[in-house]
Design a protein around this ligand. Structure first.
Ligand code: NAD
Length: 470
């Protein structure tokens, strides 16, 4: 049985290897020494992946699925050690919808990728023409990920890629490499050598991966700006791309909603992972009739949620993962305060507190054009905007150039679905926000990206469609 220390030892930089000290965002204490891989290391990883891939593809779906199910079991056996490392490196608490939840999701998504059926599809069979559509492996897939849900998003990228017969080279965020290295080490105990590797490095190595001629597809999750660079780097070899980019999700509370009944759902929709979630509720539009009630109930729920060091079992909210993100949140809240908006809760970080803690912040009576509304805050600060007609709310919700998720809050499901259909977003939830499910396709509209993950659509996105006609 592997201990936390032995897990950390097997992923840490070797003596003499380039390394970077990773600091706990809650305490500033060192978590471990991450290796810093070079472009040469990337070349070796891609060569090993290309060598391992044909035999893996030749195994077929059933044997590959069996290996992924074993990998899911392995993740569960190491779940507590993985959650501890994730909590220290990313900052998220063990409890609540955080570190233990994320590791559990890794096992769930591995199992879903392993068990989702994908049979060849008879497109035409009329006696004269016979055409069958199936999916061939792509080859070597590059997976580039962010620091907010580093383990879960890596699994979203690699599980369908492996199931479809590909090898994968992962480039995790330079902020959270240890979490991804540990996850891959656990999974690799169940996979052939070289098939899955992690190159722990920065943007330059990510950019090389995105342009490398031996990479057939890039799965990218991160900012819209980096997504645009990846489109350019990948153009030389016409790579396939799945892009899950930034969002600025709107939630619309209809006038018939019950503020008390929805307050906890609204809170977690916005503050899951301390707001560092791509598809979190980032702008809340509330009808005039119930505006004060929603502000009051949400403030009550938010004020009661403990924030602190992730390893303390009592906490459900943690620090921002890095100082840059803390500075973004602080700047946007100050812009809101300067405009005369009303701070209902938070907004005053304690300068003496170690770590990147920004308090849970709710901002009312804020203009729709304020930067805290118009920009993605990606942290624990929610603007609450007043509206008087549903058309006005829809216009404001659709008035940004991204569209990952959105939500409608009302007991009248028919009315809520009608409003949902008018929103420009890849997913619109009703009476919840951000709930992802491995059976249900997920992807963005507008500049939140393109391509779908999860479900059978997610598997198809990791194959090359081939029609056999005859
Ligand atoms: P980021 O774009 O700065 O970095 C993401 C990854 O891309 C990192 O591994 C980074 O090293 C790499 N990278 C950066 N520039 C690159 C380039 N030019 N070429 C190749 N690789 C490059 O994003 P971040 O700050 O880590 O994550 C936060 C952002 O990610 C937010 O905007 C958030 O909304 C978005 N996000 C989206 C989803 C989604 O599913 N749509 C999920 C999580 C996060």
């Amino acid at each position: 049985m592997e201990t936390y220390d032995s897990m950390l030892a097997r992923i840490s930089a070797a003596p003499g290897q380039g390394s970077r000290t990773i600091l706990d965002p809650a305490t500033g204490e060192p978590v471990g020494e991450a290796p810093v891989h070079t472009v040469d290391d990337l070349e070796h990883a891609i060569a090993a992946a290309a060598a391992a891939q044909p035999a893996w593809a030749a195994l077929g779906h059933d044997a590959r699925s069996a290996a992924l199910l074993k990998a899911a079991d392995a993740v569960e056996r190491s779940a507590e050690e993985l959650a501890q490392l994730l909590s220290r490196e990313q900052g998220k608490p063990l409890n609540g919808p955080n570190a233990r939840f994320e590791v559990g999701a890794c096992a769930a998504w591995l199992r879903a990728a392993a068990t989702t059926p994908l049979a060849p599809e008879m497109v035409v069979d009329d006696g004269e023409t016979r055409a069958v559509l199936d999916y061939r492996p792509i080859g070597v897939v590059g997976a580039i990920g962010p620091w907010n849900w580093p383990m879960m998003i890596t699994i979203w990228q690699i599980a369908p890629a492996l199931r479809m017969g590909n090898a994968v080279v992962v480039k995790p965020s330079q902020n959270t490499p240890l979490s991804v290295l540990a996850l891959a080490a656990v999974i690799n105990d169940e996979l052939p050598e070289g098939l899955l590797s992690v190159v722990s490095s920065g943007r330059d190595v990510g950019a090389r991966l995105a342009e490398h001629p031996a990479i057939g597809k890039v799965m990218f999750t991160g900012s819209t700006a980096a997504g645009k660079s990846i489109i350019k780097s990948s153009a030389g070899t016409i790579k396939r791309l799945t892009l899950e980019l930034g969002g600025n999700d709107a939630g619309i509370v209809l006038p018939d909603a019950d503020p008390k009944a929805i307050a906890e759902g609204l809170f977690w929709g916005a503050f899951i992972n301390t707001g560092q979630t791509c598809a979190a509720l980032k702008r809340l539009y509330v009808h005039d009739d119930i505006y004060d009630g929603v502000c009051e109930e949400l403030t009550k729920v938010a004020a009661a949620m403990p924030m602190g060091v992730g390893l303390d079992e009592a906490n459900v909210l943690g620090p921002l993962q890095n100082r840059q993100q803390y500075d973004i949140v602080a700047r946007l809240v100050e812009a809101a305060r300067d405009s005369g908006a009303r701070i209902l809760l938070g907004g005053n970080p304690d300068p003496g507190q170690p770590g990147n803690f920004y308090p849970t912040t709710l901002v009312a009576d804020i203009d729709n054009s304020n930067p805290l509304v118009a920009e993605e805050q990606f942290g624990p600060a929610l603007p609450i905007i007043r509206y008087s007609t549903v058309d006005e709310a829809i216009r404001m919700a659709n008035g940004v150039d991204v569209g990952l998720g959105a939500s409608i809050w009302s007991p009248n499901l028919t009315a809520a679905r009608e409003v949902a259909a008018r929103l420009e977003a890849g997913t619109v939830w009703i009476n919840t926000h951000g709930a992802v499910d491995p059976r249900i396709p997920f992807g963005g509209a507008k500049q939140s990206g393109y391509g779908l993950e999860f479900g059978v659509e997610g598997l198809k996105a990791l194959g090359i469609p081939q029609v056999i006609n005859g």
